[in-house]
Design a protein around this ligand. Structure first.
Ligand code: C2O
Ligand code: CU
Ligand code: CU
Length: 512
């Protein structure tokens, strides 16, 4: 692929290699001889492998079990304790446990609430390092939002208290957001869903069979343990050796013929693009990140869910079908070393089987809700995504630095990139000057995507929706409108968590 936009740094104390030298086959020596420049890397491990080693074969893992529903947390008057701790998952047929980290709470980790609810969630950190909980996509006060400025130290706790905003009904999720450790902690297994419901859900009368499908993509080593994040993954993101639904490999859902399913889809992977398809069985999208659309979209046989995005789809099951993740080319970087893109094979995610007497398929309403268009923008801002890479030899050791930048800068906790004002509509242009896709996410209020420009051709975004994450493909410019509803510090970043940790993030202060 075309790497002309890659820039190379020469580090004064090291001899910088050019891309062609780095790409030479004789540079592709095994991982152990390569050491990272620790000042730049997200991971403190002594050795960061160049590339993932072999993973345990999928046929060694349990699959084909009935789909388990993720159960809801007991929220007594809105209160709950969430424990962030080491845990175990049994994925292997031989019963060997995989050491993971997870959220644990009475009843389950799914937070299921109504608009207007007040919640008081106390997070207890039982990990050996700082963590936070970020309530992805929900417009809550900045000081409750679990961003990297408010770490919870090991053996301590923090209470997050907030009100679920009116109009926010939809599917969200929560995950860690500690400084430079988001990728690692998420890869260990920390991520869980949130469903916000509304008293006036236009679909409630249809009584659809609703299922939450929470996608994660652990990378297992040959023993079935979580593999360390490699250099290839720092560049390409952790896409996983498998994609799980509710923690299960290719589970089975049994339904009566003609059942209309309402599926809440959450891409909670570190970096795996999910090009979802039920084959010829069509999906009707009814909601995006921030809840219902204005009307159901035309039936489609594919839906791309970028990392951190959510969607709701209705699917009428007339015969057995399988939900698959199809190959998606996000612009894989092979590092000049032939790093393979493992996402080029289709994966089975969920097997839907049909049994019993046919039921009557309900009809979806033609209107779901109305969304008010954000008005004229007062300010236009540009966010240019770029990459910076250096390969060097110092003291006889290869070393590589990778930065993922916004407006030429790497994230700095001490720097506020700009300030703006509550309620003011702004036009943001996200300009992807790299060779790969980056899913761009903004904290605080949801935004509306206006148009996408590619090769000089501008295409209006096909529908009005509230979103908090939008994919930007290599070379694209995405224009969106946003108005923050409340004052405080907010972040924006690439939701390939490895890129976020390597600096593709900024922060702004919303003034009252
Ligand atoms: Cu889901 Cu700042 O992230
Ligand atoms: Cu977020
Ligand atoms: Cu990125």
């Amino acid at each position: 692929m075309n790497r002309r936009q890659f820039l190379f740094n020469s580090l004064t104390t090291m001899v910088a290699w050019s891309w062609s030298q780095w790409s030479r086959a004789d540079a592709a020596t095994p991982a152990m001889e390569h050491r990272m420049d620790m000042s730049k890397m997200a991971m403190p491990e002594a050795e960061t492998p160049m590339v993932n080693g072999a993973s345990i074969e999928l046929n060694q893992l349990i699959s084909g079990e009935p789909l388990k529903a993720l159960t809801a947390m007991n929220l007594t008057a809105g209160d709950a304790d969430i424990y962030i701790k080491p845990s175990e998952q049994v994925w292997q047929k031989n019963g060997t446990a995989t050491h993971t980290w997870s959220y644990q709470a009475e009843g389950g980790t799914l937070i299921e609430v109504m608009e207007g609810d007040q919640v008081v969630l106390t997070a207890h950190n039982d990990l050996p390092e700082n963590s936070t909980i970020h309530w992805h996509g929900i417009d809550i006060p900045s000081d409750q939002d679990g961003h990297p400025h408010m770490p919870i130290e090991p053996k301590s706790k923090r209470t997050y208290a907030f009100t679920i905003p009116e109009g926010s009904a939809g599917t969200y999720w929560y995950h860690p957001h500690p400084h430079k450790r988001t990728s690692f902690q998420s890869a260990q297994g920390l991520a869980a869903p949130i469903i916000i419901r509304s008293k006036n859900d236009p679909l409630s009368a249809l009584d659809l069979a609703e299922h939450l499908l929470f996608f994660t993509a652990p990378q297992l080593d040959d023993k079935g343990q979580i593999a360390p994040i490699s250099m290839s993954e720092q560049m390409n993101g952790r896409v996983g050796s498998m994609v799980l639904v509710n923690g299960q490999l290719s589970p089975v859902l049994n339904v009566a013929p003609n059942t209309m399913l309402r599926l809440r889809l959450v891409n909670a992977t570190n970096a795996r693009y999910l090009r979802l398809s039920f084959g010829k069985t069509a999906m009707v999208q009814i909601a995006s990140d921030g809840g219902l659309l204005e009307a159901p979209l035309a039936p489609q046989t594919e839906l791309l869910l970028a990392p951190a995005e959510r969607a709701e789809v209705c699917v009428t099951i007339t015969e057995a079908t399988t939900l698959q993740a199809l190959p998606y080319d996000k612009g894989w970087m092979d590092g000049g070393m032939g790093w393979k893109d493992p996402t080029q094979a289709s994966l089975d995610l969920l097997q839907v089987k049909v049994a019993g007497d046919p039921v009557k398929t309900p009809t979806l309403p033609t209107q779901l809700r109305s969304i008010k268009k954000l008005g004229e923008a007062k300010t236009t801002r540009q966010f240019i995504l770029s990459e910076n890479m250096a390969m060097s030899m110092a003291g006889g050791k290869h070393s590589m630095t990778m930065d993922f930048l916004i407006n030429g800068k790497t994230f700095d906790m001490q720097r506020v990139d700009f300030t703006n004002k509550v309620g003011e509509v702004e036009l943001w242009e996200i300009i992807n000057n790299t060779d790969m896709d980056h899913p761009f996410h903004i904290h605080g209020s949801q935004f509306q995507v206006i148009e996408i420009e590619e090769n000089g051709k501008v295409t209006p975004y096909p529908y009005l929706a509230w979103k908090d994450t939008i994919n930007t493909k290599a070379g694209q410019t995405v224009r969106l409108k946003i108005a923050q509803s409340q004052a405080g510090l907010r972040m924006y970043h690439c939701h390939v968590l490895e890129h976020e940790d390597l600096g593709m993030m900024g922060q702004f202060e919303v003034k009252a």
